[in-house]
Design a protein around this ligand. Structure first.
Ligand SMILES: Nc1ncnc2c1ncn2[C@@H]1O[C@H](COP(=O)(O)OP(=O)(O)OP(=O)(O)O)[C@@H](O)[C@H]1O
Length: 373
């Protein structure tokens, strides 16, 4: 084992692979399958996020990679080393968990320097601490003890401690969750820069889609212990694999409504009430009832003569663009949302017609939620 473990001691970024990884928590007689047969391939130096709702298995996944949780079945490889049976300290991963304790008797500078000395020898630990403190704008925290830090400050220190040893693999659980809006933006940018500069192979857990979109090379959207889709932020946004991904990612949320498929020669249309709209989906059977998804950002009212027609329920001018909520007679439960260009001003009650490019009119199976392409 030792020859292989050597690869984990080096500073090189390493690939990370999960193969058929499962986690079942036992509580009494019942088992909770928190992670179901997960496969994931992360390139050296890549930053991926695990994004999903509360309880979908993100933290469990991260803890199994870190070695803080046993793996029920399957394998985790860092580089070519199978790490299932290695303790956390032998995996040489940098972990930033909310609950990850700082040493109470040491001040922040000593805590950071301690993390550094626990790794490889560094000529001037103080200088390294100062440089990182500059980058994360946390110089004023260096003389404080952990007990006197706010939750946001603790989070910065935990992040710094994970970063400081320049580990080949970095695992961060909601690293920005307690920061206020402006600190969050700054730390997010620095995290990405530091990650690029030092090339850590990184997994960030988040339930914040904006964070995932801006940080990720690729993101894994999870639900119920399963990766629903793994891809670049653009792939996830522009080409959702199923209804869950389409609905979970995107702000404002995607419009979803029921419609009927009408095949018309080589073209596929959907019918909603009296309106029809073309879709690029080729595999929808004529007459089928489907769930249609159209993103507010993909809608246009410009030069549209045929599309979905309704009346403005509410219009909000958000300066850089507007958001129109449109009542459609065949979509009774909620208004359809259309993002409009800044120069357009709309009034409540006004009649409007909008459409979307055919390849942006997504169809989903009504029962399974699978995408119909
Ligand atoms: N120690 C445990 N014992 C039993 N069940 C657990 C344990 N830890 C987590 N679970 C369960 O496993 C599932 C996944 O939890 P996990 O914390 O991984 O989700 P998460 O996506 O990280 O959620 P959150 O965003 O709320 O942290 C949940 O149903 C949770 O209740």
């Amino acid at each position: 084992m030792s020859a292989k473990v050597d690869e984990l001691r080096g500073g090189e970024a390493l690939p990370l692979r999960l193969r058929n990884v499962r986690k079942v928590y036992r509580s009494g007689k019942k088992g909770v399958e928190a992670v179901k047969s997960m496969d994931l391939d992360i390139e050296p130096g890549e930053l991926i996020t695990l994004l999903g709702p509360s309880g979908c298995g993100k933290t469990t996944t991260l803890r199994m990679v870190a070695g803080l949780e046993t793996i029920t079945s399957g394998d985790v490889f860092i580089g070519t080393t199978r790490v299932n049976d290695l303790p956390p300290s032998k995996r040489n991963v940098g972990v930033g968990f909310e609950s990850y304790a700082l040493y109470p008797p040491l001040n922040v500078r000593e805590n950071l320097a301690y993390g550094l000395k626990a790794g490889k020898r560094v000529a001037d630990p103080d200088k390294t601490v100062d440089e990182l403190a500059d980058r994360l704008e946390m110089h004023d925290l260096l003389d404080l003890r952990p007990a006197s830090l706010s939750s946001g400050q603790k989070q910065r220190v935990a992040l710094a401690r994970a970063l400081i040893r320049k580990p080949p693999v970095l695992l961060l659980d909601e690293p920005l969750g307690h920061l206020d809006a402006s600190a969050r933006q700054h730390v997010r940018r620095e995290l990405k820069l530091l990650q690029r500069q030092f090339g850590y192979t990184t997994i960030v857990v988040t339930h914040d889609q904006l964070e995932a979109m801006t940080l990720s090379d690729r993101m894994a959207v999870m639900d119920a212990g399963i990766i629903q889709q793994f891809g670049t932020p653009d792939e996830i946004f522009d080409d959702p694999a199923n209804l869950f991904v389409a609905d979970f990612v995107g702000e404002p949320s995607i419009n979803l409504f029921t419609a009927t498929v009408v095949r018309d020669g080589g073209r596929t249309m959907i019918r909603v009430g009296n309106d029809v709209l073309e879709t690029a989906a080729q595999n929808a059977p004529d007459g089928a009832e489907v769930t249609v998804g159209i993103r507010p950002q993909d809608c246009t009212m410009k030069n549209v003569t045929r599309g979905l027609s309704g009346s403005i329920f509410v219009y909000e001018d958000l300066m850089e663009h507007g958001i129109a909520r449109v009542n459609h007679p065949a979509v009774p439960d909620k208004p359809l949302v259309v993002q409009t260009p800044a120069e357009l001003q709309l009034e409540t009650g006004q009649s409007v017609t909008f459409s979307a490019p055919p390849k942006r009119v997504y169809l989903f199976d009504k029962d399974s939620g699978d995408r119909i392409r």
